[in-house]
Write a protein that binds this ligand. Structure first.
Ligand code: SF4
Ligand code: SF4
Length: 238
């Protein structure tokens, strides 16, 4: 019997989505208040030195950022953490298969979703200022992951990321606001993943194969699959 994995995943996501919509904001807020949180503005979640600072963007985040920012590049194709398009190992020239991209027979890299761009030092491109005095350059329109850090949800459970502000007192109204955003983000991520599965057209991939790099300008083609379909992006490598 051949299993249709996409159908099974879709059904699982639909069930998770249904359960997510039944989660009580008040219960979540109680949990957040019990854990405690106040941002100390240390910038740890925006800097590479603070750990995994990859900011995944849903399609809604990307459209909101594009519609409300004057900047020319607010999102780049999602990469595995710790690698950059400037890394030759990512282009199939290195020895670490885990970091190799999925490449089709034309040499296009395929990836799912978007993330915030980072500087060459790995810090978020929108972080302004120097160490310990940094501030978010897009604070008013920052994506949901930044608004809800260090909280997130997976399989219906509230989880926390590393953050020096955990354990600090938080008011009930701030707990409620955070809980509402965390739940909103969780539902949005599930909807985004579900739609992405539905929009995805099977493509034959060759993991570990080298990507095509245009000799004259050092560009690679990346096909990003998201909830709207497939998008071709040209990226320059150093
Ligand atoms: S959310 Fe946490 S890690 Fe991020 S700046 Fe605030 S205290 Fe630092
Ligand atoms: S968008 Fe702002 S809050 Fe989010 S990682 Fe970048 S600098 Fe930090």
């Amino acid at each position: 019997m051949v299993l249709d994995y996409r159908l099974i995943l879709t059904q699982q996501l639909e069930l998770m989505l249904k359960q997510a919509r039944d989660i009580s904001v008040e219960d979540l807020a109680s949990e957040i208040q019990r854990i405690g949180f106040a941002c100390t503005m240390c910038g740890g979640c925006c800097r590479r030195s603070g750990g995994d600072n990859c900011v995944f963007l849903t399609t809604v985040d990307v459209e909101y950022l594009e519609g409300n920012s004057q900047m020319d590049q607010v999102a780049i194709p999602m990469l595995a953490d710790g690698i950059n398009y400037s890394s030759r190992s990512y282009l199939g020239c290195g020895s670490d298969d885990a970091l190799s991209p999925d490449v089709d027979q034309e040499g296009n890299i395929h990836t799912f979703g978007w993330m915030l761009p980072r500087n060459s030092n790995g810090d978020c491109r929108f972080l302004q200022g120097s160490l310990n005095t940094g501030k978010c350059g897009i604070y008013e329109i920052r994506p949901m992951l930044c608004r809800t850090y260090p909280f997130y949800m997976d399989e219906g459970q509230l989880l926390i990321s590393e953050c020096e502000g955990l354990g600090c007192a938080i008011s009930w109204s701030d707990s409620l606001k955070m809980a509402s955003n965390v739940l909103h983000r969780y539902v949005e991520e599930l909807e985004d993943t579900l739609l992405t599965y539905k929009m995805f057209d099977d493509v034959e991939l060759y993991p570990g194969a080298p990507a095509s790099v245009e000799q004259e300008n050092g560009m690679v083609n990346v096909i990003v699959h998201d909830a709207r379909g497939a998008h071709r992006v040209s990226m320059r490598i150093e």
